[in-house]
Design a protein around this ligand. Structure first.
Ligand SMILES: CC(C)(COP(=O)(O)OP(=O)(O)OC[C@H]1O[C@@H](n2cnc3c(N)ncnc32)[C@H](O)[C@@H]1OP(=O)(O)O)[C@@H](O)C(=O)NCCC(=O)NCCS
Length: 300
């Protein structure tokens, strides 16, 4: 389970720059301090942390113009690469850019990260100045429409959204929408206005429904990805509420939290799937749901 945070305390900011230096400058023999530039004060900074509070990734975004956001300094801890954490970081920065009103994101990518950015919808538009005097780079760009937040498999994502609305009508009443799917992470959002209680915060039952549907959606999309079929039912669920929601309800499930053996389903057997969903208010973690689902093999 990961969270995206905005480092604000002195210690958090120090750790953030130390992480950036460790993974982007130290490997090339540059001293501490070289990781900073003149745009730090006008930038939005983010880190991805695990449940122990350790930083696993960092990244930064600032506006070049009112329409264009520049993404820089993305790095993932060496031990955690190719697990989708870079994608989580990038998606978080793109969302900040959208919230700032940007219509496109640009980045100067090192040759070694071009495939990562391509995988996330960026395309090369030009050569960019070398980094640290030696690393060749390309300027890459991505249009930031709301629709391209559904990064991967838009057909399955539309199918999931339709299934929810047709078979689970409460999703429509709650304004639940699939916001993003990256093969490893699903993010859903709900309307606060449609789920508000007497205190002006989100109704706890709606938070629970948002979390269970997010887990359900993750399994639905994973089954599609593995070309499997089955009926998904929730067997058991528990949720811990830590804080109220009064801004932007979001729920995220990462594949790392999922535990299952889809081989059982291939053998026509009922298959247990356990997973964790994190519920956030904007970027603050507010609740954690643990679910035990079952996938029932299709009736023949
Ligand atoms: C580039 C970087 C941020 C990617 O982070 P990551 O967490 O490993 O990336 P993800 O797991 O989210 O990768 C998503 C997809 O991008 C592509 N990708 C990522 N790294 C790749 C690599 N080294 N080679 C080829 N494709 C890559 C793959 O398609 C990957 O999906 P897959 O693992 O299912 O095949 C990370 O490798 C890093 O920190 N590199 C060093 C610092 C750096 O170069 N930063 C960029 C500065 S411009």
């Amino acid at each position: 389970m990961y969270t995206i945070e905005n480092p604000t305390s002195e210690k958090d900011i120090e750790d953030y720059f130390a992480f950036r230096w460790r993974w982007l400058r130290q490997p090339f023999g540059y001293p501490q301090g070289s990781e900073k530039d003149e745009y730090e004060g006008v930038s939005e900074h983010r880190v991805v942390k695990n449940l122990n509070g350790e930083i696993l990734a960092c990244g930064r975004v600032h506006l070049n113009t009112t329409e264009e956001a520049q993404i820089r300094h993305i790095a993932v801890h060496d031990d955690y690469r190719r697990k989708g954490i870079g994608q989580i970081m990038l998606a978080g920065l793109e969302q900040v850019a959208r919230d700032l009103g940007a219509e496109r994101a640009v980045t100067n990518s090192r040759e070694s990260s071009i495939n990562f950015f391509k995988h996330n919808g960026f395309r090369i538009i030009d050569d960019a100045p070398n980094e640290l005097g030696k690393l060749k780079r390309k300027q890459m760009c991505k249009k930031l429409f709301d629709t391209n937040t559904l990064l991967m498999h838009p057909k399955w994502c539309r199918e999931l959204q339709t299934t929810w609305h047709e078979q689970i009508p409460i999703t429509e009443h709650m304004g639940i929408k699939l916001h993003q799917y990256t093969e490893r992470t699903i993010e859903t959002r709900a309307s606060l206005n449609k789920n508000v209680n007497l205190h002006g915060t989100m109704f706890a039952g709606s938070i629970y429904s948002l979390a269970t549907l997010t887990g359900w959606g993750m399994i639905f999309l994973q089954l599609k990805q593995k070309d499997l079929e089955g009926e998904i039912v929730l067997g058991e669920g528990s949720i811990q509420y830590h804080k109220p929601i009064n801004k932007k309800p979001r729920a995220i499930c990462n594949i790392e939290s999922m535990n299952t053996k889809f081989e059982l389903l291939k053998q026509g057997k009922k298959t247990p799937v356990s997973l964790t969903v994190e519920v956030l208010d904007n970027e603050t973690s507010v609740a954690q749901f643990t679910g035990q689902y079952w996938v029932l093999p299709p009736k023949t």
